[in-house]
Design a protein around this ligand. Structure first.
Ligand SMILES: Nc1ncnc2c1ncn2[C@@H]1O[C@H](COP(=O)(O)OP(=O)(O)OP(=O)(O)O)[C@@H](O)[C@H]1O
Ligand SMILES: [Mg+2]
Length: 318
């Protein structure tokens, strides 16, 4: 990925609740027009970090700069640049989705017919047009979440922040929201996403920061993170013929290879960057008279990455 301009610079950002350290000296840069995913289990400090970025919570130490504006010193400027879909929608109980979004459209600069049009579009896209006149307390949890998320798509802020945007939302709704978030990025917004779903982080994020116990423990593209696991790729070759010790030593000699196992008529190689090394390994085998019958390779999943950096599975960490 080309590294763009820095949209958000986070410097030693820290939050204590009383004596409890919820966010622990986070340092991070988010580039313009990327989707940056904060991936972490419940209680990791994701929402606390986002609430500091939007100036709802004051940092205990450190700060962040949004397009150069300090969240501590220029909160109004910062607020003019950001829009957030909160994790827990705080909709006023007797208002309807239509009223809430019309109000939001007006705050976002739409007038009259244009406001009604943009709200109708988004409610239709979100499959909420039929429910537009229900009161907020009559909506299901997933419907309330849809209204909350819809606000950001109306506003199209320069920095769009989504705190677990698809929690409680059904599968088709998730895919629709993921596509729309990508669309927002393609139209020029910088997106921050907090999630505890590995799949969501993987498919949506240009880069991911793994957050665990208030700290960022790893940052990179999903691919970079997977490649940092030693021996994280697995290559399995089913063969005919004889493997000489010389050949096995040669395979073990590649710096990217961390382990070679022979299981019956299969060689299993644990390595990094399998896609780069595969042609050379196949050439070694063929040159040594080994008949390659099938090749199977898999990359590590984000689950493997999470375990590598935190020592626990994300579900167990909950
Ligand atoms: N207002 C508060 N007062 C005291 N402690 C809080 C408060 N809000 C959050 N915490 C604590 O701070 C830690 C981080 O919470 P936070 O909500 O930021 O986590 P999260 O990563 O967003 O988790 P989740 O995936 O459950 O939303 C947790 O241990 C939580 O109990
Ligand atoms: Mg949260």
């Amino acid at each position: 990925m080309d590294v763009g301009n820095i949209a958000i610079k986070i410097v030693d950002l820290t939050k204590y609740y009383g004596n409890y350290l919820a966010v622990d000296h986070i340092n991070l840069e988010v580039y313009e027009r990327e989707i940056f995913g904060f991936l972490g289990p419940n209680g990791a400090g994701k929402s606390t970090t986002l609430l500091m970025l939007i100036t709802v919570l004051r940092p205990s130490e450190g700060t962040a700069y949004i397009y150069g504006y300090d969240i501590r010193k220029d909160p109004e400027k910062v607020r003019s640049l950001v829009g957030i879909a909160f994790q827990d929608p705080k909709l006023f109980w007797i208002h309807t989705p239509y009223e809430i979004l019309i109000w939001h459209a007006k705050v976002s600069g739409y007038r009259g017919y244009k406001a009604r049009e943009v709200v109708k579009d988004i409610l239709t896209t979100f499959d909420m047009w039929e429910s537009r006149n229900k009161k907020a307390f009559e909506l299901s949890g997933g419907m309330r979440k849809r209204v909350e998320v819809a606000k950001v798509f109306i506003q199209k802020p320069k920095i769009a922040i989504f705190d677990e945007p698809t929690a409680q939302i059904d599968v088709s709704g998730k895919h629709m929201i993921w596509d729309m978030i990508k669309g927002l990025r393609d139209d020029g917004s910088t997106v921050i996403l907090a999630t505890n779903e590995l799949y969501e982080a993987d498919v949506l994020s240009d880069r991911i920061g793994i957050i665990y116990k208030g700290r960022i423990v790893a940052v990179g593209t999903p691919k970079e993170l997977k490649d940092t696991i030693p021996g994280g790729d697995i290559l399995e070759v089913v063969y005919d013929g004889v493997l000489t010790n010389g050949l096995i030593d040669r395979l073990r000699g590649y710096s990217e290879v961390s382990k070679v196992e022979i299981i019956d008529s299969m060689i299993r190689i644990y390595l990094n960057k399998v896609e780069e090394l595969l042609p050379r390994i196949l050439e070694d085998l063929i040159k040594n008279g080994v008949n390659v019958k099938s090749v199977n390779m898999r990359e590590p999943t984000l689950d493997d990455v999470f375990i590598h950096y935190t020592g626990s599975r994300i579900k167990e960490a909950v």
